[in-house]
Design a protein around this ligand. Sequence first.
Ligand SMILES: [Zn+2]
Length: 119
Amino acid sequence: MKIGFAKVGTTAIPFEISKGSLKFSGTLRKFSRYLIELEAKMTGDLEVPCDICAEAFIHAVNEGVKFHLSDGLSKVGNESLEDIVEIEDSMIDLDELLVSELELYKSNYFSCEECENSD
Ligand SMILES: [Zn+2]
């Protein structure tokens, strides 16, 4: 799902996409002249490896995400926000954003039920 940067105004636009058993739903809203705020929830089941025993297990995801999208970082100037993601061709590619949020999420520490119960 792609949305043009210029199409997003101050009225929040809801979106919902899914990838496998994961759902990414939230809103896009114009934050300032060159920034759009994305607020969303990532929910569903994700197979991750346990950081202790390395066995894959199903982890239930329920994560809120919030960041800003910029149509060209050079225009943002002195808006000192750290969580800015630059988009390409003035198009917001929600599928691509979900994939990168997921990769980020996967870098967290996970432990399976068995390892959790064995300390
Ligand atoms: Zn384990």
